[in-house]
Design a protein around this ligand. Structure first.
Ligand SMILES: Nc1ncnc2c1ncn2[C@@H]1O[C@H](COP(=O)(O)OP(=O)(O)OP(=O)(O)O)[C@@H](O)[C@H]1O
Length: 322
């Protein structure tokens, strides 16, 4: 077993560059990532599509071979000890990878047998997990004829059959409707409360906010910031961010707002203005008024209160959803 002091996941300068192929240049998908996830933690890798999250989880789960740095899971090296790591982890991928030739329960039992459980124990464990996850009714069904939310829960059950030390979930709620998503959140919270270490990737900020003890924000293969959601908000994204799009170049007068108390930064990009403010009251109206005095109209306006979204904006200068 793992020594109690051993981190569940630890990476140092972890890198993956996919080689060039034909006309396609090499892709530096992960460019030096440091992670330190203690046991029992619910940890999130948050970033937009293409940020390198799946590649990182691929390396941690031994499916993708790193091209630089090191990664240890349960104290074992992902390259040298890949076989042993597979026994210690559970992995839930983005797509439905259940076996359509087997029933729901058989999918679980088969996995249990693969990991060395006897037939009776595998059946018992599968039945217990299906019960715990509210899936008993689906047990004899085809895993492709149940709902997306149910299939995801079955995949989590399958990943838990051998009692993994770390559970990896790649975008567990992508494509699920909001109700199903929050149901799955409850399931995951329950697992953590029972002591399960969980590492998930997500591009949903609200998911990271709802579930994770700590988060690393990733973009272009690098970590931009790590901490609890509250820490991230108070250190990097503490301001409300007001974005206004004018129908012509932004009025000159706006630059002067940057000198005012309660405004930490003003960014002007042609007709788009972004104001980072600790005292945002009345500011949006003022931006509209300044525009109309200068004869320019406002075509779009948003006001974001401090959130992971403003953290991302502050760190990258880009809108998370751009
Ligand atoms: N096998 C591969 N060969 C070449 N490039 C790849 C491969 N897998 C991923 N990439 C590229 O690596 C980059 C990071 O992809 P990755 O899938 O890790 O991002 P992500 O954050 O998980 O996003 P998504 O949620 O869309 O999967 C992207 O530019 C992607 O196109």
């Amino acid at each position: 077993m793992t020594a109690p002091s051993e981190a569940a996941v630890r990476t140092v300068d972890l890198k993956k560059t996919f080689p060039a192929s034909g006309p396609r240049p090499a892709v530096p998908a992960v460019q030096g990532i440091d992670l330190d996830v203690p046991r029992g933690e619910f940890f999130g890798l948050l970033g937009p599509n293409g940020a390198g999250k799946s590649t990182t989880i691929g390396m941690l789960t031994t499916l993708v071979v790193p091209t630089g740095g090191t990664a240890r899971v349960s104290g074992l090296d992902v390259v040298k000890d890949a076989v042993e790591i597979k026994r210690r982890i559970g992995v839930v991928s983005q797509n439905n990878t259940l076996d359509s030739d087997l029933t729901v329960a058989e999918n679980l039992e088969f996995r249990g047998r693969y990991f060395g459980l006897g037939a009776r124990d595998a059946r018992k464990r599968a039945a217990e997990l299906l019960d715990l996850f509210g899936l008993t009714e689906t047990r004899g069904g085809n895993p492709f004829q149940i709902s997306g939310g149910q299939a995801k829960r079955v995949m989590i059950c399958r990943a838990l059959m051998h009692g993994p030390e770390v559970l990896f979930l790649d975008e567990p709620t992508a494509g699920l409707d909001p109700q199903t998503r929050t149901n799955l959140w409850d399931v995951l919270r329950g697992l953590q409360a029972a002591g399960q270490t969980i590492l998930l990737t997500t591009h949903y900020m609200e998911e990271a906010e709802a579930l994770c003890d700590r988060v690393s924000v990733v973009d272009h293969g690098r970590i931009l910031a790590s901490g609890t959601v509250d820490e991230l908000k108070s250190t990097t994204g503490a301001d409300t961010v007001i974005t206004v799009a004018y129908d012509a170049a932004a009025p000159e007068e706006i630059k002067a707002l940057g000198d005012r108390d309660g405004i930490s930064k003003v960014e002007i990009n042609d007709g788009q203005v972004r104001v980072f403010a600790s005292e945002p009251d009345g500011l949006l109206g003022e931006l509209v008024t300044i525009g109309s005095r200068a004869g320019v109209g406002v075509t779009d306006a948003t006001q974001l209160r401090p959130s992971l979204e403003t953290v991302f904006l502050t760190l990258t200068g880009r809108d998370y959803r751009e």
